[in-house]
Write a protein that binds this ligand. Structure first.
Ligand code: ADQ
Length: 468
């Protein structure tokens, strides 16, 4: 059995409860194959001397059957590769926010340099028949760097964020290099079919790629397998969290506190891609257009702090403070505040209980690779009296979750009407929509996701069309 080597910007100990869905998904394959998870430690090395930093040892820790290997970055590498290029160029552009992108050749250089560093360090750990799975936008050129150093292993890549349409991608000065780099992988997975389409259109238009059977593209003298592998959640883990003491306590507290009112929920990282100001505007319209919801509906918006050292996030924080303050000032009563805005993280064990107390979830990003909150909300509901999901059509999850109320978050009035419909939806309709949604969330869970991707990666050569 080939050993699995996972590479991502940050690693997580898969045995720790707070490790999150990705770690849970990969745990099984890592344990089964005695695998390695390799990435940045999250720490900045003391030294300012890059050469010394490069030679500094990796931290390699093996627990059970799984090895975690991490290394530190220098401050400059962190500022250019992580803050500058990954989160200041790729994140905004992939979320269609060219206005927020900061194109700077220093960032591009740092991004390439750190990918080369990842490659050099990773090569010291690799065995010839390891299967390598690289994650996300921080590491697009990693396989190309590995190949340049002679690596022949099978390498797959999964992009957790959206692939933008060709003309948006083309705004990145290094777009051609980035997209060409993807052809060094054997399999490239995206969240949604629309991402696959954008990528195919890009390489067809910009690189003269030809389609090679249903799942292959040929360009730059290589044949690449591509596909949509929508990431899911660990439904069983989520249900057991909902049933555990913390989950039940949270549910009882919320139901007690809001017994007279219907609860609307928003749970996000405070990120401009999540459409938070637009959501507050839509909720305001709801109160204006349907005053019967005043005093009877409360929106709890949790927005966990995120990337606070990237400038665009400061503006968003200020905007949210001001919008929530204004709506509470204009509509609030002595015993009712329309919005409870909480700029903090909520412990993972409390989320299911909170979701279950919600009558409506507002998952309305302007653009999102997938959005796992939508799936977590569905998994946490009581099937006999489920809450309703209002979901942006621009979230990757919308391709799968058709029975949610799909909205265009830029359309404030339309979103307000959908929220009203969700709040007033009859029980029978809620039950039938929820049961269809839950089926799909269960079937295509996070285990399905990792197994399907890894199976396709293992079979990439056999899957090559005969004509190639
Ligand atoms: P994120 O943009 O971080 O991830 P998302 O999928 O919404 O987005 O959430 C990831 C996890 O964070 C979920 O498990 C959720 O419960 C948790 N979370 C979010 N807000 C929280 C809060 N305020 N408090 C506590 N926990 C919170 C990227 C892409 C997504 C894609 C994921 C996985 O942007 O589109 O779904 O990766 O591929």
């Amino acid at each position: 059995m080939n050993r699995l080597v996972v590479v991502s910007n940050r690693t997580a100990d898969p045995r720790k409860p707070a490790a999150g869905g990705l770690a849970v998904a990969l745990r099984e394959s890592l344990e089964r194959t005695g695998g390695v998870w390799f990435g940045w430690s999250g720490k900045l090395g003391e030294t300012v001397d890059r050469e010394a930093a490069e030679q500094s040892d990796m931290r390699v820790r093996t627990t059970g059957n799984v090895t975690l290997a991490t290394f530190d970055l220098t401050r400059e590498d962190h500022d250019t590769y992580y803050l500058g290029y990954s989160n200041g160029v790729l994140w905004p552009v992939c979320h269609y926010r060219l206005d927020l992108a900061k194109f700077d050749t220093r960032f591009a250089k740092g991004y390439r340099r750190v990918n080369q560093l990842f490659a050099r360090k990773l090569l010291t750990l690799l065995k010839p028949d390891d299967i390598i799975w690289v994650h996300d936008y921080h590491l697009i050129p990693l396989a190309a760097e590995l190949r340049a150093a002679g690596c022949k292993n099978r390498i797959g890549f999964f992009l957790h964020i959206p692939m933008p349409p060709p003309l948006i991608m083309a705004a990145i000065p290094e777009h051609e290099w980035l997209m060409r780099s993807l052809f060094a992988y054997d399999l490239v997975g995206f969240q949604a079919q629309s991402d696959v389409t954008h990528f195919s259109h890009y390489v067809e238009a910009e690189a003269g790629a030809v389609r090679w059977g249903p799942n292959h593209l040929r360009a730059f003298d290589r044949t690449l397998q591509v596909g949509a592998y929508p990431i899911g959640i660990d439904v069983e883990e989520f249900v057991s969290l909902a049933e555990a003491q913390d989950g039940r306590d949270m549910f009882a507290r919320m139901r007690g506190e809001y017994s007279r009112r219907r609860l609307l929920l928003g749970v996000d990282r405070l990120d401009y891609s999540k459409g938070l100001p637009q959501r507050i505007h839509a909720f305001r319209q709801l109160l204006e257009r349907h005053p019967e919801n005043r005093d009877s509906a409360t929106l709890i918006q949790i927005a966990s702090p995120s990337r606070e050292d990237v400038g665009a996030y400061d503006d968003l924080r200020r905007e949210m403070d001001s919008l929530c303050g204004a709506i509470n000032g204009d509509f609030g009563e002595l015993d009712w505040m329309p919005v409870r805005y909480i700029h903090r993280n909520v412990a993972r064990k409390r989320l299911p209980g909170l979701y279950r107390a919600g009558r409506v979830a507002l998952v309305t990003p302007l653009r999102d690779g997938m959005n796992l909150v939508a799936k977590e909300f569905i998994a946490a509901q009581d099937p006999a009296d489920p809450g309703m999901l209002v979901l942006s059509r621009f979230a990757g999850a919308a391709e799968q979750l058709k029975e949610a109320l799909l909205v265009n978050p830029y359309d404030t009035q339309g979103t307000a009407e959908a929220i009203h419909r969700a709040l007033t939806m009859p029980l029978t309709e809620r039950i039938s929509r929820h049961s269809a949604l839950l089926n799909r969330v269960r079937k295509q869970d996070v285990h399905w996701w990792s197994e399907t991707f890894l199976k396709a990666l293992a079979g990439t050569e056999a899957a090559l069309p005969k004509t190639s």
